[in-house]
Design a protein around this ligand. Structure first.
Ligand code: ZN
Ligand code: ZN
Length: 112
């Protein structure tokens, strides 16, 4: 009969503070869905004006939903406050700009 050493659990208890924090963060994000995303759109329209950077078509408060924000470097997370990565494009020019890419993304984006 082998005398097995009795094994005590070596597992550390899960770090409660850590998981608590991540839940907090997740909740924060859930409470502000896409707030940053819609924010850059408004800022870009303010900075660059209600005009398409490509075709020069002008928009007003009623037609501004046709004006979308294009990210020059294609990175939607790159939103410098001075608007240097943004270009206001009408949906037609934006479509043209992305003709080589998947079209679904910005169409959803534009509706918000
Ligand atoms: Zn245009
Ligand atoms: Zn774009």
């Amino acid at each position: 009969m082998k005398n097995r050493p009795y094994r005590i659990h070596h597992k550390r208890p899960p770090q409660k503070t850590e998981s608590f924090e991540s839940i907090e963060e997740t909740l924060k994000k859930l409470q502000q869905p896409g707030s940053k995303g819609s924010d850059y759109r408004e800022r870009s329209l303010k900075i660059h004006g209600l005009i398409c950077a490509k075709c020069g078509r002008e928009f007003d408060e009623k037609t501004r939903h046709l004006l979308t924000v294009h990210h020059k470097d294609g990175n939607h997370l790159n939103n410098p406050p001075d608007g240097s990565n943004w270009e206001n494009l009408c949906v037609y020019c934006h479509d043209d700009e992305h003709s080589r890419e998947l079209l679904g993304k910005y169409l959803i984006e534009g509706k918000e």
